[in-house]
Design a protein around this ligand. Sequence first.
Ligand SMILES: *[C@@H]1O[C@H](CO)[C@@H](O)[C@H](O)[C@H]1NC(C)=O
Ligand SMILES: *[C@@H]1O[C@H](CO)[C@@H](O)[C@H](O)[C@H]1NC(C)=O
Length: 295
Amino acid sequence: MLFLLAIVSLIKFSSAWWCTGHMLVSHIASLDLSVNHPDIYSKIISILAPLNGELTHNIANTLTETACWPDDIKTYGLNEANPLHFINKPYNPEGITTNPIPSENVIFAINSFASTLTNSGDAPLEKSVSLRFLVHFFGDIHQPLHDTALFNSQFPQSDLGGNNFMIKYDSDINELHALWDSAIGMLEEDLPRPLSPQNWAYMDQLAAWYTGNYTRSDLVLELQAKNVTQWTVESYILAVDYAYNGIKQNEYPSQEYLSAARQVVMKQIALGGYRLSDFLVSVFSSPLHLERLTS
Ligand SMILES: *[C@@H]1O[C@H](CO)[C@@H](O)[C@H](O)[C@H]1NC(C)=O
Ligand SMILES: *[C@@H]1O[C@H](CO)[C@@H](O)[C@H](O)[C@H]1NC(C)=O
């Protein structure tokens, strides 16, 4: 039992929005695409197809479920892509010396997987892999603690985006990164994949709530910003203002903190979903790309 708990906490330690949050970003994009851009949606399904089934353990066969695949591979020992899940821009209130930001980070990852996805030529494996990573990284980049790390005299090597910032919350969440990965406890439960019909209905319900609270028209300005670097700056500011503000180590977060943070998370998940959808539309709306992808 202890051994099992240790494995579970190891898995949770390094992941980004836990699987449900990742699926929600992707599900919001999926619903948007299937309703408003059915032709593009079917291209996307065909790009996923070659790696569906046993190669991805039968748990990543849809645009929604494959959002967790870049974390799934870690549990099978494929860790080489781990540094691509974040960019920890220093939040350095004491002005101490910090390490330079590695150039292989989530911005680099989004740009390079996007260029693989859009390049010409018949590359079914490479495009299928690239799309799966992209869907996940659109989620990561909208989690403020994937864009920020606290440096101070207590954390001279950084708190690793809150991973080392201990707090009290519940039996599964005892550090700040996990609190935000769980969407502040709102999406703490991992849903078994393939999703059951009940859990597909639950995803629909969540998508309706999140996009109901933050509609596209609420986010017009944010949706005009197409620059990936700019998105990491937005997330960094949210981390400084909401993730690190008004919380102390080894204590329970206040109700004020939790309710403000839940609004931030809802907005970021809705925004991530809309941006993913818009990005996929921009990639595949050129007739040239559609033609190349079918050939
Ligand atoms: C906003 O989200 C809450 C759940 O947090 C939900 O109960 C409510 O219905 C949502 N509002 C809209 C307009 O969808
Ligand atoms: C995106 O923003 C960054 C930082 O503001 C800037 O350096 C970069 O040139 C921008 N990229 C594009 C493609 O506009």
